[in-house]
Design a protein around this ligand. Structure first.
Ligand code: ADP
Ligand code: MG
Length: 329
């Protein structure tokens, strides 16, 4: 679960046309997914949920850098050696990721991934890496060295040892794709919730908007505020889930690609926008940029809003978000 938790409320589950919300929780892409759809029978609801599940599994196979048979792993294996031809879908995802890197001046960078040899968030890391090693690792990071050839549809990582990974954008992308697929099958309302990264469309069976709770990162039982989500995504990046404590200090799993050090100063960032992929990437970006730069950046983007919880657990919102209860309890 994220430190700002997005709890989805089912206030009422059925209406006059016996439309009901059906939900299922499953583990996909190494994370908890809660898939909810509104349908007029249990059979249909379950069938729709299976369709979404298959779609997310398909995407995982394509983009996982852990799965050595994925096209992403192939790109990484051929770093510094040769370009690799990939599916249009993966090519375009990388192309969009590069656009976000440019937009964020490199705060977001899928080539952060070579640093996972140094920063490990699975409990195996016990000592602080040396400055020298961190410096060296930054040499292998840099979106400018991800070369795309449109004609050949190839991806080439220029430097040996370079690696890409979709940890900061993949769940959002999968949520978008699952939603679009379900919509194409006639599902006009639902939520794909990937551990708090969610994409909601349509309304609840009682015709009310879906609601998300913004929860106090330091006490998940306390709700800061409830917000309606109407055909929108809400994605949160936080430092409470995955982190390592070294010499009494907490290091988050979001790394500044420009320094090689984990980001500091923010407890969590929630982004509100149409696409979950964009929201996912921007949440990670703001985390790296820090409160001031991040907030200013989001305020310049159209139809994108954010809620930042800073290191002191104070809530800061972008220009067009109003929280009913702006003080934390
Ligand atoms: P979560 O995984 O909790 O949803 P994010 O969407 O912010 O959080 O993704 C964090 C993950 O993204 C990290 O675990 C890592 O795999 C990857 N990552 C870390 N730093 C960066 C970065 N600066 N740019 C792109 N990806 C990153
Ligand atoms: Mg992200």
């Amino acid at each position: 679960m994220k430190n700002i938790l997005c709890i989805v409320a089912f206030f009422a589950v059925s209406n006059a046309f016996s439309q009901e919300a059906y939900s299922k929780t499953m583990k996909l892409m190494g994370s908890r997914f809660d898939i909810s759809v509104v349908a007029n029978s249990k059979e249909k609801g379950e069938a729709f949920i299976s369709i979404a599940q298959e779609e997310i599994t398909r995407i995982e196979k394509l983009i996982s850098s852990w799965d050595e048979n994925s096209q992403t792993a192939l790109i990484n294996n051929q770093a510094g050696i040769k370009p690799v031809q990939v599916d249009a879908e993966l090519f375009q995802l990388i192309e969009r990721a590069l656009k976000i890197s440019k937009l964020t001046s490199g705060a977001f960078d899928i080539s952060y991934a070579s640093m996972d040899k140094i920063w490990k968030f699975d409990g195996s890391m016990t000592t602080m890496p040396s400055e020298e090693i961190i410096k060296q690792s930054v040499d292998k990071v840099g979106y400018q060295n991800i070369l795309l050839d449109h004609k050949e549809q190839t991806v080439f990582l220029k430097r040996k040892g370079m690696k890409i990974g979709f940890g900061a954008i993949g769940k959002g992308y999968a949520a978008d794709k699952a939603k679009v697929l379900l919509q194409s099958k006639g599902v006009h309302s639902g939520i794909i919730n990937a551990s708090g990264d969610l994409n909601a469309w349509g309304k609840q069976p009682n015709n009310k908007d879906w609601m998300v709770a913004i929860v106090n990162p330091l006490n998940k039982d306390k709700v800061f505020s409830w917000l309606p989500v109407h055909n929108q995504s809400v994605v949160t990046s936080g430092n409470y889930e995955k982190y390592v404590t070294l010499n009494g200090e907490l290091y988050s799993h979001i790394i500044d690609p420009r320094t090689g050090y984990p980001s500091k100063g923010i407890l969590s960032v929630s982004i509100f926008t149409k696409s979950a992929e964009l929201a996912d990437a921007l949440a990670t970006s703001v985390f790296v940029m820090g409160v001031e730069v991040g907030l200013d950046f989001i305020n310049q983007l159209k139809d994108v809003e954010c809620i930042i919880v800073d290191g002191d657990n104070t809530i800061i919102t972008s220009n067009h978000i109003e929280l009913k209860q702006n003080k934390h309890d």
